[in-house]
Write a protein that binds this ligand. Structure first.
Ligand SMILES: C[S@@+](CC[C@H](N)C(=O)[O-])C[C@H]1O[C@@H](n2cnc3c(N)ncnc32)[C@H](O)[C@@H]1O
Length: 208
């Protein structure tokens, strides 16, 4: 994701990850080192363990190509996948084909979902946000999640000097979310793509 002098990294005009244009440029030029190009195994495992998948309403903020939204929609689950980058939304809709209606162009910080989510799925979204937005992230997640709802997915652990991805120290993440959520699961994952390898964990936080 970073643009820091690597010869393999194209040069981009927009350097502000808070702006949709930053992400548009990268999607348009197909520079997406964060992209799993499929549904991660830990995500499939989590879905298969849901007690009532048909009754689980899922929000995917910063969805990018939204492979996971397709996976859920194909199983008849209620899902909304949002992204503020028009190019990401176009890519997600193409990916979802017949289920493209679950994708909305929206800013996470102002979006009002059509349902109260039971699960908000995190992957490569917190680490797409500069550090000065992390408190806003936690507060918005807390506002979107009803008591008992889950914030669950992949978290990129360990500070990075330059981002995105903006990794977060584990104690900093705990301090960020603990005022609103209780940590109920924490485990290693396998099959990470290179940019996240060895540094992402699957965490499940329950809204207090
Ligand atoms: C690193 S990409 C990850 C995409 C996807 N979650 C994945 O795992 O492939 C981060 C995404 O978050 C989106 N994004 C960043 N800030 C956002 C915001 N405030 N509201 C909605 N989407 C946002 C970007 O447009 C981009 O598509």
């Amino acid at each position: 994701m970073s643009n820091s002098g690597n010869a393999d990294v194209p040069s981009f005009e927009n350097r502000d990850p808070n702006s949709p244009g930053f992400w548009d440029e990268r999607f348009d030029r197909r520079f997406m080192p964060w992209d799993q190009a499929g549904v991660p195994d830990a995500f499939r495992t989590f879905v298969s363990a849901l007690a009532a998948p048909e009754a689980t309403r899922v929000l995917i903020p910063g969805c990018g190509n939204a492979y996971e939204a397709a996976y859920l929609a194909e199983r008849g689950m209620s899902v909304r996948a949002i992204d503020f980058s028009p190019s990401a939304v176009a890519a997600a809709r193409a990916q979802l084909a017949a289920h493209g209606g679950v994708v909305e162009e929206a800013d996470f910080f102002t979006y009002q979902p059509p349902f109260a989510p039971d699960w908000i799925y995190e992957r490569a979204f917190l680490c797409a946000l500069p550090k000065d937005r992390w408190t806003d992230y936690a507060e918005r997640m807390a506002a979107l999640a009803r008591p008992g709802a889950l914030l669950s997915g992949f978290f990129f652990i360990g500070a990075t000097p330059k981002g995105p991805p903006f990794g977060i120290e584990r104690n900093e993440l705990d301090a960020l979310l603990a005022p609103h959520f209780e940590l109920v699961d924490d485990h290693e994952v396998s099959g990470s793509i290179p940019v996240f390898a060895g540094r992402e964990r699957w965490l499940t936080w329950r809204r207090a």
